[in-house]
Design a binder for this molecule. Structure first.
Ligand code: NAD
Length: 270
């Protein structure tokens, strides 16, 4: 395992130069792995979108790091039981940074990797739609935690565009029910306590096992089962690279760990 870390705090100029040389060399190594690979699989998390202005959950400026109570809004038990939580959740949806956000250099680098014909699959825990906005084809993106661009009825399963529900909020409804059956509406994302979609997870795990190079980007790798995709890829023989500002529980099985800003690193390795 080779590690490079830009979070070194105070360091003298000599050490900094040495670190930069090591980082450059490691980036060059990973770039060569990608150049040789035929089936790159990328697993992305909230960290890839922080440079687009969407905060992550567990990073230093994360939504939950700053307000642990906010976790309740992402818990299906509170959401289904309490209309006040739903009203608060809808108000947050109304001002969600995803509506204004644009893809950044990290997203664009993955779209460029697909144009090179190397991207086998893009597994994302993100719900913000920025990979598709950057140009990745929808059929290559596996959204394991759903999307904020749609709403779903928790009773009849109806799905529709988020924008229509946002308009209902703006015209005075604070907890808009399903127009077909009156059931509780929710963004089409997977909250804590909610079942994942088995076929989507199976597809993600299968893709991970088919990778010859697996790159985990901007995720703390604490959410299961998808964090297990890293070991799945490793066990199947892929090179594993982790690009994340903070340590993850999988750093010890990675072939390379780059603790560098994603927007600067992905354009170089892809
Ligand atoms: P996380 O918040 O647990 O971890 C994000 C990681 O990214 C942190 O370790 C942080 O240090 C790192 N990071 C942040 N910005 C970075 C940068 N510019 N360069 C390098 N590293 C950076 O995120 P997670 O593992 O994806 O889990 C959070 C869950 O919340 C996911 O399931 C996801 O569905 C959801 N979520 C999604 C979004 C989104 O769609 N943009 C935003 C917040 C949360």
């Amino acid at each position: 395992v080779v590690r490079c870390n830009s979070n070194g705090g105070v360091e003298d100029a000599g050490l900094r130069d040495e670190r930069l040389v090591k980082t450059d060399a490691l980036i060059e190594t990973v770039r060569a792995w990608v150049a040789k690979a035929q089936r790159v699989v990328v697993l992305s998390g909230a960290g890839i979108s922080t440079e687009s202005g969407i905060p992550d959950f567990r990073g230093p400026q994360g939504v939950w790091t700053r307000d642990p109570e906010a976790e309740k809004l992402s818990d299906i038990r509170y959401y289904m039981a309490d209309t006040e939580i739903r009203k608060k959740a809808w108000q947050q949806r109304l001002v969600h940074p995803a509506w204004e956000a644009q893809p950044n250099a990290g997203h664009e680098a993955i779209a460029a990797l697909e144009r090179r014909g190397k991207l086998h699959a893009l597994i994302t825990q993100n719900i913000d739609g920025l990979h598709q906005k950057a140009g990745n084809s929808p059929e290559r993106v596996i959204e394991v935690h759903g999307t904020v661009l749609k709403v779903v009825c928790m009773s009849c399963g109806w799905k529709g565009p988020m924008q229509e529900t946002l308009v209902r909020l703006l015209t005075g409804e604070d907890d808009p029910p399903c127009t077909l059956c009156g059931g509780i509406l929710k963004s089409d994302t997977i909250s804590f306590g909610q079942n994942l979609v088995p076929e989507v997870i199976e597809r993600a795990m299968r893709s991970a096992a088919e990778a010859d190079c697996f790159i985990s980007v901007g995720t703390s790798l604490q959410v299961y089962p998808i964090a297990g995709a890293v070991s799945e890829a490793k066990a199947a023989g892929a090179r594993v690279v982790i690009v994340n500002a903070e340590p993850t529980p999988f750093d010890n099985i990675a072939d390379a760990v780059l603790r560098e800003p994603i927007g600067k690193t992905l354009p170089r390795i892809f």
